[in-house]
Design a protein around this ligand. Sequence first.
Ligand SMILES: [Fe+2]
Ligand SMILES: [Fe+2]
Length: 372
Amino acid sequence: MAVKDQKGFNDNVGKGDLTKVTKQLWRENCFPEWGTWLNEEIEDTIVPEGNFAMWWLGCTGIWVKTPEDANICIDLWVGVGKRGKRVWDKPYSQGKDFQMYHMNGGPTYQPNTRYTPMVIDPFEIKKVDAILSTHMHRDHIDQYVAAAIVQNFDDVPFIGPKFSCDVWRNWGVPEERLVEVRPGDVIKIKDMEIVAVDSFDRTALITSPLQAADMRGVCPTDMDDRAVSYIIKTPGGNLYHSGDSHYSNMYFKHGKDHKIDVALASFGENPAGLTDKMTSVDCLRMAECLNAKVLIPYHHDIWNNMLADPMEIEYLYQFKAPRLDYQFKVYIWQVGGSYMYPRDQDKKRFMFKRGFEDAFTDEPNLPFKSFL
Ligand SMILES: [Fe+2]
Ligand SMILES: [Fe+2]
């Protein structure tokens, strides 16, 4: 009795018999929350010449599409964080494998629950040219996505640094589909060029996969094995996908070496005792260093305990831009939203299409007349 047509609003599935409405049915009918809405929107979008389009899939998940219909999906994560509370309320010594323990030696009871809805169904992806991961953290690489792509496509490559490829290999992605990249590597797909560049994700140096030995200095850690960032070069402009990178002066070098139009900055509210995301100031400094045209924060949406309000970046921008003569703009996005560059370069905030453009064009029995 699961609703297969994805039309939604399936709130009468029991048809008078609530015994038919099960937990399993609820899961099948209501998740992913957006069904195939965004899949269809992406498929149906024709990118105008001289532009590139992208969609925010939550966290640092980004879909990029070009005029020649190159489609890549970066860091898509459709998994979940913690789903039970009490199991985590135990002495940290029992939860040592959890990433948060490695970050600062603290206990593991943080409420790392997923805040953002699932806006895309990986099993319903009909066309994609590559799946990319910036690093191996669980919110940047996904087993369900890997399974869906391996099951539904014969030749779509999985592109990522060594540690991401190790994770994919471990899950069963065929060896011939793994493309290991390091900074400097370039991959061409139709009218798109993917350039791997240095990541500055210090968290990735000290966290999972379990590297307790690293922390004692036994085992070398090579940032390039663990994480990369990507510059996606398109006919419409270049996108800088920084993964989970922290602030680094090396952004200045990347800005010298590459033309950057849109920069995605991993923003978040760092809890006291932890530095994992860029602050609002870091994000502004990043965009300035990269000489970007547009700064867009991301990642601040996904974890309950690190939720941040991007309006903070807008406020600071107003404060600092006149004095520092910023040459970039700030754009505040929403998960599930699209952004096209350069078409949208002067916009400041995203809003979903409201869809009542044709109101009052049809006038049958009009119940609203009673309100006039
Ligand atoms: Fe990460
Ligand atoms: Fe992350």
